[in-house]
Write a protein that binds this ligand. Sequence first.
Ligand code: ADP
Ligand code: MG
Ligand code: ZN
Length: 642
Amino acid sequence: MNKQQGPKRSPIRPDYLVILIIILLAVGMYFFFTQMMQPGVVNYDEPGLIEAINDGKIATIRSEYVGGDNYNLWEITGTFTEGNKPEGYGSFTIILFGDRLDNLYDVISLYNEANPSTPVKLNFVPHVTVDFWNIITTILLVAAPIVLVIIMFRSMSSQSNRAQDFTKNRAKVSRGKQVKFADVAGADEEKAEMVELIDFLKNPKKYTDMGARVPKGVLLVGQPGTGKTLLAKAVAGEADVPFFSISGSDFVELYVGVGASRVRDLFKVAKQNAPCIIFIDEIDAVGRQRGAGMGGGNDEREQTLNQLLVEMDGFSGNLGIIIMAATNRPDVLDPALLRPGRFDRQITMQVPDQKSREEILKVHARSKKLDPSIKFSEIAMRIPGFTGADIENLLNEAALLAARENRTVISLQDIDEAADRVTMGPAKKSRKYTPNEKKMVAYHEAGHAVIGLKVNSASVVQKVTIVPRGRAGGYALYTPVEEKFNYSKSELIAMITSALGGRVAEEIVFDDVTTGAYDDFKRATKLARSMVTEYGMSDLGPIQYESDSGNVFLGRDYLKDKNFSDAVALEIDKEVRSIITECYTNARNVINEHRDLLDNIAKYLILVETLTKSDIDEIASTGKLLWWDNREVNSDAHENSK
Ligand code: ADP
Ligand code: MG
Ligand code: ZN
């Protein structure tokens, strides 16, 4: 069902109807005037006609030239006087030659002289050819002006229609083939987050009756191709509600005010179709921070954004509408969008790790014919950094390769080749890493993890991953830390130490270092500097030399007011260096002491790519990762350990 389209779409038909009527009218008129009243025709020969005239049976005669070389062939038609019509006939017709016409006229004038009260009316008709072109001309003459007027009228009205369409939302509604959770592989946590929303969409009343306020907006954050759109669709599919999807850039148009009215319209339609999901893709196109940009910002976009905020505030959650939005740039969004009652839930779609890639492969292999000896885990191992979209693309390329060579199943070589094609593509080049690089990254991250485990008051490592994250440009890493605003000195020291753990591990294991520690150093230095200049945690004493206008833990850059001498600056640098050196030495000691733990974590990182806290704890306490080891034995004959 598709309620939103339909009623306005009919103005074409009446136009055609009018044109048809005009044509029929013109044809009708033509025949009316040319062959007026000829219900039937009786044929006379000339003597019979003259006799009929003399008998007073003829009322009118009409002579019409119909051809002949010397203007001599005439058609005579006529009507009968009252009471003298032969049964079933209204008129007669006769073809005469010119010379016999004179004879006929004589007879008529004689008759008329004798019967002045009932004369035979004589009627010469100018030459008219009854042919196709004649009809066409008549039609054109009658119809052309009218059609012209109609066309003008229509184009005017369709222009105004278009102007109206313009402000209409461009949302596509889909309800046909539904995406289900089963189509979204790997993202288990993300799916779990959605279960509540689905339940709400299925049965809004349950929640309303409880007085519960259900989130209105969910923001899906993640790189392109990580399945944001897919997940949103799957929520609609699972809840079995309409899915209105629109892209942020659809709101932004040339004309001021159009975006805002599209937003209004979208919400109106959604309200009529509730429960439903509104999905705004690429919301950053419209939701960028207001007031940013050169020349006072973009009024149109701001208007649109304002309207979006107004609409989101404007409906109560009880309607059963959930607004989902997707972006890969959450950092540029206007903070107003993220406030409670708007997009107050954020879900991050991760680039899939080994296990998730395997599952995504399985989902997309359902529709493909793969060589049964291919192991998904092997493929997954070859494609670190691939997103769901990349994987779909990979299998598709492989299928194309197989088809091109007329094979019936996709072989491992096809996939290999396809992987190369997909990876070599300019966009993903940077994401490819060599086995050696992978090992280095694994040790680096394992270094962070070991510090997290073994240094007191270091923040707990929740997750370690070596899945590259494109936007960061590097390999991002371990999810830290509960958010906290007060830190003790020992905690800060531990944070610096664990930031340095990555580099230390590289140094110890490879006797070489990489640029991968760039962000770690930045963070460590910033922390150390803050300890000295802001928090009064050094030998320089409790003096604040610099104040910030942001929060270092939120990673904002901030402007510093420098209110100290160069001599003090030197002191500060010294202090910062000594903190860093102390932490570095400490990290070295810790990692050297726990070298086998480091090796173990790195080994599993290379295999699994993402380790959760419980994985790490298990490795730390038993040296093994059972779910993985068992799985290797069961599903994968091939030897993986190094
Ligand atoms: P995004 O909106 O994040 O850019 P999409 O949702 O459009 O990404 O994903 C593009 C395609 O990639 C999907 O149509 C799907 O085929 C595939 N895909 C992405 N993530 C997954 C996943 N978790 N499971 C299965 N397929 C996925
Ligand atoms: Mg998308
Ligand atoms: Zn690091």
